[in-house]
Design a protein around this ligand. Structure first.
Ligand SMILES: [Zn+2]
Ligand SMILES: [Zn+2]
Length: 351
């Protein structure tokens, strides 16, 4: 089968590789749609970051580059391994793309998203969604019910947002504040709206993204190049600040604004992965007892995320800005996302 494999910076190739074989307890999924993620772009631009480089195989997969990319995928069940019950060939499913040890303290706590040797299908080995077939253990297979597999490919990024919103403790009547209206900021905005948050404020300078933020559910969009962000948030919240805020950018000045815009006793959730050591004004946290929480990916969030979409609380179609074939993944996928960053949210690939 054909697979888009990552070799090194700027080097993704369409290779012919063997189909994975089903094993007892696993499910073979025929991928129908797989989204290109910001993480994939980082690998392409400056990797290997998550992908295991030559000479340093991932401890759980034993693989190094080249690895098949693609972790935001959905498809149909093609074959069931021995002992798998409750699924049938043809069922639409999404795969939670984890590779975890099951033994470390985090795994024992059920926080498998922060496993000491965490890996991802589509980054660390065990194949990926930019190929026709993936085999995964049944625990990672989530039925989509009546939802289409294009929408299914959006479950993974929406689960990232659902998890972050869950950790924030956001509830009906709250004000939520999101910094950045890139793909993660947009799904976080939608997930806050789905959680019944009363007011959602998004901070974003880019014109096209401001419009997308409003479509995703923002009541107010603050342009930080035109207005004082903290002052504007205070004005919109009767001087209190937001109950919950989300840093989706990984920029010091944004983190500082996020903390200072959060209400006394409120929670600021960091969703960004940082490329440098952040500087934090700790007294901004201490003097108003703001909690700063890290959020990584998702754990046990897929079923609730699928329900959120099935119940019509989020419409994932708004995030799909392109559909392409595997052969065009570099030019119409990766390069398009890099060159037209603001216009695009999620490009889906059909392998
Ligand atoms: Zn992703
Ligand atoms: Zn573990």
């Amino acid at each position: 089968m054909k697979a888009a494999r990552f070799y090194g910076p700027g080097d993704i190739r369409i290779d012919e590789i063997p189909e994975p074989a089903v094993r007892p307890g696993t499910v073979k999924v025929e991928v129908q749609w797989c989204g290109i993620c910001g993480t994939d772009l980082h690998e392409y631009l400056e990797g290997p970051i998550f992908a295991p480089p030559a000479g340093a195989p991932h401890p759980l997969t034993g693989e190094t580059v080249p690895v098949t990319l693609g972790h935001e995928f959905a498809g149909v069940v093609a074959e069931l391994g021995q002992g798998v019950a409750g699924l049938a060939v043809g069922d639409r499913v999404v795969v939670e793309p984890y590779i975890v040890c099951g033994r470390c303290d985090a795994c024992q706590q059920g926080r498998y998203n922060v496993c000491a040797t965490l890996g991802f299908v589509g980054l660390s080995g065990f194949g990926g969604g930019f190929s026709r077939y993936v085999v995964a253990e049944q625990r990672w297979i989530h039925p989509l019910g009546d939802l289409g597999t294009d929408v299914g490919a959006l479950v993974e990024p929406l689960a990232v947002a659902y998890h972050a919103v869950r950790l924030s403790g956001a509830r009906a009547g709250h004000t939520g504040l999101v910094f950045g209206a890139g793909p993660i900021g947009l799904v976080t905005t939608a997930a806050l709206r789905a959680a019944g948050v009363e007011q959602v404020i998004v901070v974003e300078p880019a014109g096209v993204r401001k419009t997308k933020a409003a479509t995703a559910g923002a009541d107010h969009v603050i342009d930080p190049t035109e207005a004082d962000t903290v002052g504007s948030v205070m004005e919109l919240t009767q001087g209190r600040g937001a109950d919950v805020s989300f840093e989706c950018a990984g920029i010091d000045a944004v983190l500082a604004s996020a903390i200072r815009s959060t209400r006394a006793g409120g929670t600021c959730v960091n969703v960004a992965i940082w490329g440098h050591q952040a500087s934090v004004a700790m007294n901004d946290l201490v003097f108003r007892e703001v909690s700063l929480v890290g959020s990584l990916a998702y754990a046990n969030d897929h079923p609730a995320t699928i329900r959120m979409i099935a119940d019509g609380l989020v419409d994932p179609h708004q995030f799909i800005t392109g559909r392409i074939e595997l052969d065009d993944i570099v030019s119409a996928g990766f390069d398009e996302l890099i060159n037209n960053k603001e216009e695009n949210v999620k490009i889906l690939v059909r392998p």
